[in-house]
Design a protein around this ligand. Sequence first.
Ligand code: FAD
Length: 380
Amino acid sequence: MREVEPARRTALVDEVARFVRSHPTVDLPEALDERFRWLVTYQGELHRAGLAVPSWPTEFGGRGVPISEAIIILEELGKARSPELINFVAVEVLAPDLIAFADRQQLREWLPRMASADEIWCQLFSEPDAGSDLASLRTRAHRVDDGWRITGRKVWSTWAQFADRGMLLARTGPTDSRHRGISAFVIDMRQPGIEVNPLVTMTGASEFAEVTFDDVPVDADGLIGEVDRGWAVTLHVLANERGPYALRRAAMLRAAMASVPERARGVDHTRTRASVIDAYIAMWLLDRRISQVADDIQTGQPVGEGAPITKMSLTDAEQLIFDAAHALLGPHGVVGPDDLGWVEGWLYSRAASIYGGSAQVQRNIIGERLLGLPPEPHPR
Ligand SMILES: Cc1cc2nc3c(=O)[nH]c(=O)nc-3n(C[C@H](O)[C@H](O)[C@H](O)COP(=O)(O)OP(=O)(O)OC[C@H]3O[C@@H](n4cnc5c(N)ncnc54)[C@H](O)[C@@H]3O)c2cc1C
């Protein structure tokens, strides 16, 4: 990764420190609505300070800094336990895809509002019977005079209950057209015909929802990319979700890992110590991977090929770090208090081997596409 000159590094560190001093870490409100509103305001302030999307082009609300400098900002925010961007699906997962497929005028309208969290976006890909096998999705878009009408059901849609817009995959080809008959749309989520039912997870939060669409209109210019060619758009989104997204998540994990060894020093329990060492190794490996991802972004390399490796490194680090943290808590891991956020982190870390594509599926992709191993047998 490109070196950042010491003086520049110091300036960035100071800049984040100033922001953090004026926005000290607080206990987030318990009630989800209040917590959500707090985090929206926080992202807005982070954005106004130029720290939410520093590497985005200025035209779209960023400040155009190289990725190596953006990583310093992320690291410093992570150390200060700055909360994750509430609009992370928009910023990390969908925006890079829109930059590749949407037109400039749409980008100028959408991206700054994503960055400031003035507009919350959700990702409407997974369905009750189409998760790993996304190409079997059944939500349908049919053409009408002025655009499209959407009917179907999505699930696992993060923050859909608060979303203003969503990126949605729907079938536009024949029923059995698989990935050849899928199109991608941007849909206004504040319309009649959309019903959103939040689902409660084991962390106690309702982070995602089931969403049904009953003949919901989308304008013609809501189509992203070409009709029936939405699979290219999908692959781009998945590559970002499995690759560059890890940059921001890794900063949070690095900060969590930093407090683990200190707590482990007095521990005389072989399995717990082994778990701390495994966590340290996983974080070390994730850091190496992150450097590679940053290099790829900086040199304009496609991020897709190594994305499943990045996703697996992230999954391992997230689960092993919180396993170690949880082991160190002993009985407090069950009954609290959770002042370091380790219990919530441990519960959430179970999702790391599912979100963005399950660990088994990432392994299949690595085996089949990168190593040329024989494909998994498919039951017929
Ligand atoms: C926290 C979280 C947030 C999410 N946010 C979103 C979101 O915002 N938008 C969205 O669209 N989706 C979202 N998802 C959904 C996520 O992408 C899917 O859960 C994931 O792709 C797996 O799909 P599934 O749940 O349908 O499981 P399934 O595909 O039914 O898989 C079930 C099990 O079978 C295994 N399996 C399936 N196929 C194979 C195979 N070929 N070989 C080996 N094993 C296999 C899987 O690994 C898994 O263990 C989110 C998920 C989580 C956990």
